[in-house]
Design a protein around this ligand. Structure first.
Ligand SMILES: *[C@@H]1O[C@H](CO)[C@@H](O)[C@H](O)[C@H]1NC(C)=O
Ligand SMILES: *[C@@H]1O[C@H](CO)[C@@H](O)[C@H](O)[C@H]1NC(C)=O
Ligand SMILES: *[C@@H]1O[C@H](CO)[C@@H](O)[C@H](O)[C@H]1NC(C)=O
Ligand SMILES: *[C@@H]1O[C@H](CO)[C@@H](O)[C@H](O)[C@H]1NC(C)=O
Ligand SMILES: *[C@@H]1O[C@H](CO)[C@@H](O)[C@H](O)[C@H]1NC(C)=O
Length: 342
């Protein structure tokens, strides 16, 4: 009997972890019987009594949340409104709020709801009708996802007290460079920022030096400020594909920084290959107008110790073929296992 209990416990722990991390594919049958302290519209599993599942049930409003709930799942409903009072008993307890796939507008978020949540760690508010961000006062916020809304303004300093914020997803909104000019002020631990599919004319200003991932694909960016990357000493992944980059917007050496591992400049209007650092491993330049292969963009000089660490290089859909590569390229690009011309 005893040795049966250990695996059973392991299974229960696994189920709990599953619920914790993969909220959106949670089959209701796994939840078990509902606890006593639950809104009747929702399910609160006895095995995980701090979670309330109200997802995918055609709700029009956010239900009243009972005392003790820390994880609240409201995704995939038809919610248009957050009425006053619904969070009154969890203002200091709620940690996760998942509102993805609803139709909430800023005008219908009552005062005293989101603006009273002082312990929230994760706010998932994607695929709604927000025109500006709804940010709780919690200093513990670590993840903010508001993609696929209609956000066009982002007041300066709104996030400045979120000392633990690591991930911000704002892709598919209507943000301009001016509107996010002060949005990231004061952040100290931000690792990942996605502002793809917006209306930016330049890379976001004022992003913290902790940033490791910056995605800005599908905007109207035509250049990168000299020294922009020098202020981001641990940035590893930079994507600026599907923009309007031209050679004149790329100052000499702007991408020659040692931290970058991946640089995506595909689908732009570049005519030459920008200088990159020896440490870069992946460079995407497909669908530009590149018509020459300048080895000095990769290696100013080559020695036993000094050579490019590039592994993947895409040059397809440009005005260039394999025959444009100088014969001595293999010394410089000695790790490039994958160079694509077409
Ligand atoms: C909210 O808290 C009050 C006071 O503790 C309690 O009387 C009430 O039943 C709670 N409501 C819910 C929905 O938990
Ligand atoms: C939300 O946006 C969708 C798509 O633009 C629209 O069809 C819907 O009517 C909007 N709902 C509200 C409540 O504004
Ligand atoms: C930030 O995270 C650290 C480490 O997990 C924690 O000790 C601290 O309390 C957090 N700060 C806030 C305001 O939640
Ligand atoms: C990149 O910068 C380093 C350090 O300044 C320099 O030695 C190297 O030649 C540069 N690489 C290219 C390809 O310009
Ligand atoms: C580049 O384009 C020019 C004219 O647009 C053309 O004459 C030339 O053959 C092209 N070169 C390559 C390498 O495709």
């Amino acid at each position: 009997m005893f040795h049966l209990r250990v695996p059973l416990l392991a299974i229960l722990v696994n189920v709990a972890l599953c619920q914790y991390y993969e909220y959106d594919d949670q089959p209701v049958s796994m939840l078990g019987p509902s606890g006593p302290n639950c809104n009747q519209e929702c399910d609160c599993p006895i095995s995980f009594p701090t979670a309330m599942y109200c997802d995918s049930r055609k709700l029009k409003f956010v239900p009243v949340v009972p005392t003790g709930i820390k994880y609240l799942y409201l995704q995939n409903n038809q919610i248009e409104e957050i009425k006053g009072g619904v969070f009154d008993n969890v203002t200091e307890g709620l940690r996760w709020l998942v509102l993805d796939n609803n139709q909430i507008t800023n005008a219908k978020i009552a005062a005293g709801t989101i603006d009273k949540l002082t312990a929230l760690e994760k706010l998932f508010f994607s695929n709604n009708n927000l025109t500006e961000p709804a940010i709780p006062p919690s200093k513990s916020l670590d993840e903010l996802k508001m993609m696929h809304n209609k956000i066009s303004k982002f007041p300066s300093g709104l996030l400045s007290d979120k000392e633990n914020l690591t991930t911000v997803n704002l892709q598919h909104n209507q943000l301009s460079s001016d509107s996010i000019g002060g949005a990231f002020k004061g952040l100290k631990k931000l690792l990942s920022l996605d502002v793809s599919h917006n209306k930016l004319k330049k890379l976001p200003a004022g992003v913290p030096s902790s940033l490791e991932i910056l995605y800005a694909d599908y905007n109207d960016i035509d250049g990168v400020g000299a020294g922009y990357l020098n202020k981001l000493p641990v940035l590893q992944h930079l994507r600026i594909s599907h923009n309007k980059l031209v050679d004149s917007g790329i100052p000499a050496g702007v991408f020659n920084v040692t931290s970058l591992v991946e640089l995506d400049l595909s689908f732009n209007q570049l005519k030459s290959i920008p200088e990159i650092n020896e440490q870069l491993e992946q460079l995407y330049l497909q669908a530009n107008q590149i018509d020459k292969f300048d080895l000095a963009s990769f290696c100013k000089y080559v020695s036993t110790m000094s050579f490019s660490h590039l592994k993947h290089l895409r040059l397809d859909a440009n005005n260039i073929t394999y025959s444009n590569m100088p014969p001595e390229y293999s010394n410089c690009l000695r790790l490039a296992s994958d160079i694509m011309f077409e």
